[in-house]
Design a protein around this ligand. Structure first.
Ligand code: CS2
Length: 454
C-alpha cells in the first residue's frame, strides 16, 4: 500500500480518531492511503512507535472495560525539526493527495479573535525568509510551492482541529503566507486548492506511564498506545482536490457544510469542557469525570446547556447534551482538567465568547459562562484559591499573568485583542457581567459560586 496522506501533528488524538477511520476505509475499499505522521518538534512519538514499525494499540475504555485494537495505517513517522527537507519532499511527492493536521489551535499561527495570519509570530517570520519551514502553515505553503513548480496538482488540506470553520482558518493563513512569498502561488492555491472544514470528536486523554504499564501487565508491550472513549464522530465537507480521498464508509458523515455540526460541538462540548477545566480545577477536582460527577457541577453543566448554550444553536440539542454528560462521567477515562485548561487564550473565543456574544445580541444573560471566564482569569494568574501555584500553559501566559496583576484586571484582560474582539470588549453589559462574576468567584470560591447559579 502506498502513502497518500501526510499528517502534521501526530498526537494521541489523531491516532485515536482519523487514523482509525482511514484504516477502516482501506479495509473496506483498499487504496493507497497509508499515512506518514509528522511530529513538528519532538522525536518522542517517533521513537516510541518505531519498535513496532509504527503500529500501535488504540484502547477503547467503555462499559466493557478496556478493549485494545491494533492500528496499522501509520506507516512511518518523521520529525520536522530533525529533517524538514524530508518532510517537504514527501509532501511534494506525486502520491500524496491529502495533508491532514492536528496541530492544536495555536499551530495555525493566526490571531484567534480575527482569523488573520499572525505575521509577527516568530515561526512565521522565520518561514517567510527560509526555504525550510518550522510552522504548519510554512510546510503547507512551501510544499504547495514545490508542487506547483513541478507541475503537480495541490494536495487537499484536511484540518482536524477544534476551530470554527477550520478549513477557512487554514485556507486563510496559507493564502496570506503564500501571498507574502509569491502572489502567483497564492492565486494558484486559491483557484486549485481545497480546504474542507471538518468536525472531529472523541475524548482522548494524554497517555500516562501507568497506562502503558497496565497494558504491559495484560501482555501488550506497546510504548505508544492511545486510550479513548467509545464515542466518535467525524463530519467532513466532501470537497477534495479531484475528489481524491479514502472511500469512507457510513462512519464518516460527508456533508456540504459542516458549520452547524461544528457550532454544536464547539459550544456544547468544548465550551463546557473549558468551563469545567477552570471552575473544576479551582474547586479542587483533577479530572473531568470527577468534576462532572459532583452533583453541583452536574447541575451546573445541565444549566449551561439548557439556558445559555443550546438557545444560541440551530436546533434543540437536548439529547446530545445528555449524552455528553454521560461521556464526561465515564469512570474509565481519566481526562485531566489541567490538560483542557491549556492554551485558553486560543480556545475561549470559539468555545465560550461567541456563545456569550450571541446571547448578548438576543438580550440574554450568560451567568454561568461569565463565571467560567472569570475562573479562567483567576487560573491564568498562576495561583489557585488555596494559594498554590498553577502550572499555566498558554502562548500568551506572560501577557495574561501581567493582566491579572494589573490595577484594573477587567480592563487589562479586555484589552487583549487576540482574545476579546473589540465589539465584545467594549460592550458595557458584558463588562459589567464580567466584573460581577469576578466578585462572586472571589467572595464565594469556585464551588460555592457554581452552586449559587444552579
Ligand atoms: C478538549 C478537547 O483538550 C481540550 O481542550 O476540550 O480536546 C476535547 O476532548 C475534544 O475536542 C473532544 O472531541
Amino acid at each position: 500500500m502506498g502513502i497518500g496522506i501526510v499528517h502534521l501533528g501526530l498526537g494521541a488524538f489523531f491516532r485515536a480518531h482519523g487514523a482509525i477511520y482511514i484504516e477502516e476505509a482501506m479495509a473496506r475499499a483498499g487504496g493507497d492511503w497509508g499515512i506518514v505522521g509528522v511530529s513538528l518538534m519532538r522525536p518522542d512519538q517517533r521513537d516510541a512507535m518505531k519498535p513496532m514499525g509504527y503500529a500501535y494499540h488504540a484502547v477503547e475504555q467503555g462499559p466493557a472495560g478496556e478493549v485494545p485494537r491494533l492500528v496499522t495505517s501509520v506507516k512511518d513517522v518523521l520529525v520536522a525539526r530533525e529533517d524538514p527537507g524530508a518532510v517537504l519532499a514527501l509532501m511534494a511527492s506525486p502520491g500524496v493527495k491529502i495533508v491532514s493536521l492536528t496541530v492544536t489551535e495555536k499551530g495555525y499561527c493566526h490571531v484567534p479573535a480575527t482569523g488573520a495570519l499572525n505575521a509577527e509570530h516568530p515561526g512565521i517570520v522565520h518561514d517567510l525568509s527560509a526555504d525550510l519551514p518550522q510552522t504548519a502553515p510554512g510546510f503547507l505553503v512551501r510544499a504547495l510551492q514545490r508542487r506547483r513548480a513541478a507541475g503537480l496538482r495541490p494536495f487537499t488540506v484536511l484540518t482536524c482541529d477544534n476551530l470554527p470553520q477550520n478549513g477557512h482558518v487554514v485556507a486563510r493563513v496559507v493564502k496570506e503566507l503564500a501571498a507574502r512569498i509569491d502572489p502567483g502561488l497564492a492565486d494558484w492555491i486559491g483557484a486549485e486548492g481545497r480546504f474542507p472544514s471538518t468536525m472531529v470528536d472523541r475524548i482522548v486523554p494524554a497517555t500516562r506511564d501507568e497506562d502503558i504499564a497496565r497494558l504491559a501487565g495484560l501482555g501488550i508491550k506497546d510504548a505508544a498506545p492511545v486510550f479513548h472513549e467509545p464515542f466518535r464522530q467525524w463530519v467532513v465537507e466532501d470537497d477534495f482536490v479531484d475528489g481524491a480521498r479514502p472511500a469512507f464508509g457510513p462512519a464518516v458523515q460527508l456533508v456540504e457544510d459542516v458549520t452547524p455540526y461544528e457550532l454544536m460541538k464547539l459550544r456544547c462540548l468544548n465550551g463546557t469542557h473549558s468551563s469545567l477545566a477552570y471552575l473544576g480545577y479551582l474547586a479542587g477536582f483533577e479530572t473531568v469525570a470527577q468534576a462532572s460527577s459532583d452533583p453541583v457541577f452536574a447541575a451546573f453543566l445541565k444549566k449551561l446547556w439548557t439556558t445559555e448554550i443550546i438557545p444560541t444553536l440551530d436546533q434543540d440539542y437536548a439529547d446530545y447534551a445528555a449524552a455528553l454528560l454521560e461521556r464526561y462521567q465515564n469512570p474509565g477515562i481519566r481526562h485531566r482538567l489541567w490538560q483542557i485548561a491549556m492554551d485558553g487564550s486560543q480556545k475561549l473565543p470559539q468555545r465560550i465568547l461567541g456563545t456569550v456574544a450571541d446571547n448578548l445580541k438576543a438580550g440574554l444573560e450568560s451567568p454561568g459562562l461569565m463565571l467560567a471566564i472569570a475562573a479562567w482569569m483567576k487560573y491564568v494568574s498562576g495561583v489557585d484559591e488555596r494559594g498554590q501555584a498553577i502550572e499555566v500553559k498558554d502562548p500568551l501566559a506572560a501577557e495574561l499573568k501581567a493582566a491579572s496583576g494589573s490595577s484594573d484586571p477587567v480592563d487589562a484582560f479586555l484589552a487583549i485583542r487576540a482574545v476579546f474582539p473589540s465589539a465584545l470588549a467594549e460592550d458595557a453589559t458584558f463588562r459589567k457581567a464580567l466584573t460581577k462574576a469576578r466578585t462572586v468567584l472571589a467572595e464565594k470560591g469556585a464551588h460555592e459560586a457554581v452552586r449559587s447559579l444552579i
